[in-house]
Ligand binder design. Structure first.
Ligand code: YH5
Length: 275
């Protein structure tokens, strides 16, 4: 069922394209305009070679405020339905809410991507009842305050242990291992040093957990911090990190700049598999 995502003999990772439908990602226009803008973005990403579209209606950026279930549903469901009317590109739903998971899968989403690793009320059960793969991401704290004072004994070991525990919770809830993907959660309750160290240890994370790994660093503050550049200038470094992650065995790369990211991972993957 999820073999498409989880084939470990692929030469290079899948590219997951980011589609934000948060209120702050549309400065003007009503719901119709937002839906049309989203569809255009989806068509562009498909043309650029995207493998999965990740649609999210909750902003989880540092400091962002919570959104209600109703608001999240209103943002994401019409867009998923619209995508389904014109293409069979796989859609993942970036949510922590059980009801959003359920309605998104009914509307045609085929992956759950949860930055809270199914820890919210009802999420574990919802995921257990839905026949789709699940991305379990590590986060320390909550989006609003997670960057205030991130702290670990050993960031690689601590993140591994958290993910191992969530994998176990999933298995106990009836979600089989072959549906699971893990993600260290770059920027989610981590300092620059934590992020760099986690990135360097992607191979260990993969080896320790023995599951497919998703990497999301596109345009994130770790790039801003190293290079001292604003978000709109972070594409080249994001693409460099995507290539490096491909080299280190990442299975899925979550990215804004799909065309460039596809080129980078395909190129690095080709070198990696050569004799
Ligand atoms: C992730 O890593 N991230 S939303 C701050 C930025 C740029 C981008 C300007 N959902 C992940 O993309 N899901 C998000 O600085 C995610 N893994 C998974 N699985 C945050 C985001 C971003 C934040």
């Amino acid at each position: 069922m999820s073999d498409f995502f989880l084939q470990s003999d692929r030469a290079f990772p899948l590219v997951m394209g980011i589609l934000n439908v948060t209120p702050d990602s549309f400065s003007d226009g009503g719901l119709f305009e937002q839906k049309e803008a989203s569809l255009k973005h989806v068509r562009d990403m498909i043309d650029a070679g995207v493998d999965i579209i990740d649609i999210g209606g909750e902003s989880t950026r540092p400091g962002a405020k919570a959104v209600s279930v109703a608001e999240e549903l209103q943002r994401v469901i019409p867009v998923i339905e619209a995508i389904r009317t014109e293409t069979d590109i796989p859609v993942s739903i970036d949510t922590s809410k059980a009801q959003v998971m359920r309605e998104a899968v009914v509307a045609g989403a085929s992956v759950i991507n949860d930055v809270r690793a199914l820890q919210e009320e009802g999420a574990l059960q919802a995921a257990a009842e839905l026949p789709v793969p699940v991305v379990l991401m590590h986060m320390q704290g909550q989006p609003r305050t997670m960057q205030e004072h991130p702290e670990y004994n050993n960031v690689v070991e601590d993140v591994c242990e958290f993910l191992r525990n969530r994998v176990q919770a999933c298995e106990q809830a009836g979600i089989s291992r072959d549906r699971l993907i893990v993600d260290p959660g770059f920027g989610f309750g981590k300092t620059l040093q934590h992020n760099l160290s986690l990135f360097r240890h992607i191979p260990e994370l993969k080896q320790q957990l023995d599951l497919p790994v998703l990497i999301g660093v596109s345009r994130k503050s770790m790039i801003g911090a190293v290079l001292d550049i604003p978000v709109e200038e972070r594409m080249p470094a994001s693409v460099a990190l995507a290539g490096l992650a491909a080299w280190m065995g990442a299975d899925i790369i979550r990215a804004h700049d799909v065309r460039e990211t596809c080129q980078a991972v395909k190129m690095c993957g080709s070198v990696k598999e050569s004799e």
